[in-house]
Design a protein around this ligand. Structure first.
Ligand code: PRP
Ligand code: URA
Length: 213
């Protein structure tokens, strides 16, 4: 895949270890859900290394008063792409319990693979926040591109996108359509199959998170 300035592919041994268990078809729904959350927390730590709105605060230690940088109140909004993105919300909340959550509902037409938005509810004032868009799977990139378009149409200017597994086709599509959005993917897989599933992938993330199949 071409290199993009706005794409970060994690290749971290701890994350890779968890991805191996996540991929395994024998992994239970409970363990799958826990792993998605844990990987999201690890990714969030890296994803928010730069570009987080901070402010200075005076803190009195037992020895003296110092000036300490802190994350601004109410600076981050998490936006999961329904359904599977819901599985990543708690992973971010572990680090930012007060982050508000917007929802964008998208499903892929199974024949055309075209995304279709069926729901959108975002917190008031999201235009001025750092939006963390989350979805475990970045396959053709259609859902992520449309979700980002939708956020931009509603005034969002500062968007980061996190996906657990990406296919090269989808990563390129989003990176080129939205050069202003930084994309974080924990693992870059080989390709898509004829049904638009990521190979080797992990199957249908929504079904594995919620036990629908
Ligand atoms: C999955 C996944 C992404 C989308 C990725 O959702 O969670 O949203 O597919 O595919 P794309 O990059 O080709 O658009 P799906 O449409 O299966 O809906 P679900 O989360 O409700 O299962
Ligand atoms: N959505 C999934 O859940 N899995 C894939 O491999 C592709 C899209």
């Amino acid at each position: 895949m071409k290199q993009y300035d706005n794409v970060t592919i994690f290749d971290h041994p701890l994350v890779n270890h968890k991805i191996a268990i996540l991929r395994d078809e024998k992994t239970s729904m409970k363990e799958f859900r826990e792993l998605i959350e844990e990987i999201t927390t690890l990714m969030t730590f890296e994803c928010l290394k730069e570009g987080v709105p901070t402010t200075e605060k005076q803190v009195k230690t037992p020895l003296e008063t110092c000036t300490q940088q802190v994350v601004k109140d109410n600076a981050i909004v998490i936006v999961p792409i329904l359904r599977a993105g819901l599985g990543m919300v708690n992973g971010v909340h572990v680090l930012f319990p007060s982050a508000r959550v917007g929802h964008i509902g998208m499903y892929r037409n199974e024949e055309t693979l075209q995304p279709c938005e069926y729901y959108c509810k975002l917190p008031d004032g999201i235009e001025d926040k750092l939006v963390l868009l989350v979805d475990p799977m970045l396959a053709t990139g259609g859902s992520a591109c449309d979700a980002i378009d939708s956020l931009k149409q509603r005034g969002c200017k500062d968007i980061k996108f996190m996906a657990v597994i990406g296919a090269p086709e989808g990563v390129s599509k989003v990176a080129e359509a939205h050069p202003d959005v930084h994309i974080f993917v924990s693992t870059l897989d080989r390709c898509l199959n004829e049904n638009g599933y990521i190979l080797p992938g992990l199957g249908d993330a929504g079904d594995r998170l919620f036990g629908t199949k």
